[in-house]
Write a protein that binds this ligand. Structure first.
Ligand code: L34
Length: 283
């Protein structure tokens, strides 16, 4: 079975649109998300467009600020400072990666944690690991949502995460652990990776290498979540970190690329923006 993140996110966005439509009367305005895009990376440009399009579908106000990759760190911090103080801005997202001369950690920490719709701020990360209420990072949140919607039982399962990034690997491992899965986090230095992934009931792959996971690394009946969005070097088409065609036949459930985790990331960003807005309005 293929889980369509595209269909699921369309349904969730339609539900959010109904909720957001009631906000002007209740709160005097709709939520406002500001996305900052530095440079021209084609992937980033496409994802940021997707965020604007989803905002429109949900009824969220979206401002996308585009800056050249020559922008200085100070100037970017200045923009964030202004947005932090703007009462009509509920969410601030700086699309990653940033050019090398800009310190990403410093930028992320500069966003007010109440407006951190990515859940990347150190205080949100700390809250996640301490099981305190927090804004959850969008991709891990979307992955758990897809698993739940597909009826996958997480409790007691063997979950294997491939990749240990701050954005996906580590937080999704924590969320799986909180759902009582037994979690193994693997990475580029893991020995006998194929043997470890073969033990997975649930395999989450986020390493950013096209078709890295081959058929012999996956057990019959496994649930496979493919977080990668890569260009296939042979065909030039989008492809995941998982060699889809052979593994689709073997897995019980698999997510496609495109149309899998990516749309769910954007959908959860919409949800996080609404949550940040409501937390402010209901204070
Ligand atoms: N700050 N930086 C920040 N927040 C994020 O949440 C992200 N991420 C990741 C990269 N940098 C970020 C995203 O937005 C990855 N990501 C993302 C979002 C959406 C999609 C892929 C990655 C997506 O919609 N992918 C489509 C294909 C898009 C295309 O055609 O290029 C899909 O169907 O998978």
């Amino acid at each position: 079975m293929i889980i369509s993140g595209k269909d699921l996110s369309a349904r969730l966005k339609a539900e959010m649109a109904v909720e957001v439509a009631s906000f002007p009367e209740k709160y005097g305005r709709v939520p406002h998300l500001v996305v900052i895009l530095v440079g021209e990376d084609p992937g980033s440009v496409s994802y940021v467009k997707g965020k604007a399009k989803a905002s429109e579908a949900v009824g969220i106000r979206n401002t996308t600020i585009r800056k050249p990759d020559t922008i200085s760190e100070e100037e970017l911090l200045g923009i964030i400072d202004e947005l932090n103080r703007d009462d009509e801005v509920d969410g601030i997202l700086v699309q990653l990666p940033l050019p090398r001369h800009i310190n990403e950690d410093r930028i992320i920490a500069a966003i007010r944690k109440e407006k951190d719709v990515d859940g990347f701020h150190p205080m949100n990360v700390a809250s996640l690991w301490m099981k305190q209420p927090c804004t959850l990072p969008c991709t891990p949140k979307g992955i758990i949502r897809m698993l739940c919607e597909a009826g996958v039982v997480l409790e007691g399962s063997n979950a294997v995460v491939v990749g240990r990034s701050n954005i996906v690997g580590l937080p999704v491992a924590k969320l799986l652990l909180d759902a009582n899965a037994t979690v193994t986090v693997t990475h580029s230095r893991t020995k006998n990776l194929g043997e470890v992934t073969h033990r997975a009931d649930i395999l989450v792959v986020a390493i950013g290498r096209p078709k890295f996971i081959k058929e012999d690394m996956v057990r019959e009946g496994a649930v496979v979540i493919d977080v990668g969005v890569n260009r296939d070097p042979e065909t030039g088409k989008l492809c995941g970190d998982v060699d889809f065609e052979p593994i689709e036949k073997k897995a019980s459930i698999i997510t496609p690329v495109p149309g899998g985790v990516g749309p769910m990331t954007i959908c959860c960003l919409m949800e996080n923006t609404i949550e940040c807005f409501l937390r402010k309005m209901e204070k």
